[in-house]
Design a protein around this ligand. Structure first.
Ligand SMILES: *[C@@H]1O[C@H](CO)[C@@H](O)[C@H](O)[C@H]1NC(C)=O
Ligand SMILES: CC(=O)N[C@H]1CO[C@H](CO)[C@@H](O)[C@@H]1O
Length: 244
């Protein structure tokens, strides 16, 4: 489970790189940027670079956040109990993934879809995918700030994750309006099913919500990174190889 990139992701990217290479060969044109010495500065490329850096940071933070919950005194007991409950049901991993909101916003999954979904539509899906997290993370920070015994590192990490998510969202919105200045905003963030548990005064409900949240965040952070790379690959094929 610690693979940097899951296998289907790897193949999808590889396929895309290869098909781009073939396209180049056909077109036999050198991209304008490559001709220039020292490359070129392109605000769109910079925005992707920023979003991808932040998505990488988010993936790292989400992993640490998840691990911390299992190790600090504040939550270790509750998390261990939840984990073993989850393990006793079969297909827990599959289920855990399908319980995450990702299944609601449906980012492209199949290689074919990844390559043919219209970029504008793809970006909008991605914006909703990232934007979904705004509310759960906001409430997470709020609840953690009010709970007793929350380690400082956990709280500050939650804040950092929330801020980072906001910035990725801003980058993506910027990219969308840069490429499609007349694109209509269609932001619609699905409601998170565990929000009321998180806000509940019952601690075991709160922990169940945090358990779901930290699991899904870890999974989604990986998906978000992959999908941003994928969109960049399709828009700026020159930068594609770097993502494999
Ligand atoms: C908290 O929720 C659990 C699970 O639903 C329940 O068993 C427990 O009695 C609740 N605790 C309180 C104090 O209401
Ligand atoms: C991702 C995750 O942990 N999902 C779980 C959330 O809680 C329900 C109820 O315990 C589980 O069935 C999910 O698998």
């Amino acid at each position: 489970m610690v693979l940097p990139l899951s296998l289907p992701h790897f193949w999808a990217l590889l396929l895309l790189v290869l098909s781009n290479l073939l396209l180049w060969e056909k077109a036999a044109s050198i991209p304008a940027c490559e001709a220039k010495e020292g490359g070129c500065w392109d605000p769109l490329e910079e925005a992707f670079k920023s979003a991808i850096e932040r998505a990488k940071t988010q993936r790292k933070l989400a992993k640490q956040f998840y691990v911390e919950f299992f190790h600090n005194q504040f939550s270790a007991g509750q998390f261990a109990a939840l984990k073993s409950k989850l393990n006793r049901q079969d297909e827990s991993v599959v289920r855990a993934a399908s319980y995450c909101h990702s299944s609601l916003t449906n980012p492209p999954k199949e290689p074919r879809e990844l390559m043919t979904t219209e970029i504008e539509k793809y970006l909008k899906i991605l914006i909703n995918y990232v934007g979904f997290w705004t509310s759960p993370l906001y409430h997470l920070v709020l609840e953690l700030s009010a709970m007793k015994g929350v380690p400082e590192t956990t709280l500050s990490k939650a804040k950092e994750i929330e801020e980072n998510n906001r910035q990725i969202l801003d980058d993506l919105r910027w990219i969308l309006t840069k490429i499609y200045p007349t694109a209509e905003e269609e932001e619609e963030f699905p409601i998170w099913g565990y929000l009321s548990s998180l806000k509940s005064s019952n601690r075991s409900h709160k922990f169940l919500a945090m358990f779901n949240l930290s699991n899904c965040l870890k999974y989604d952070a990986q998906e978000i990174l992959f999908n941003i790379e994928m969109v960049e690959c399709r828009l700026i094929p020159d930068n594609c190889l770097g993502h494999i």
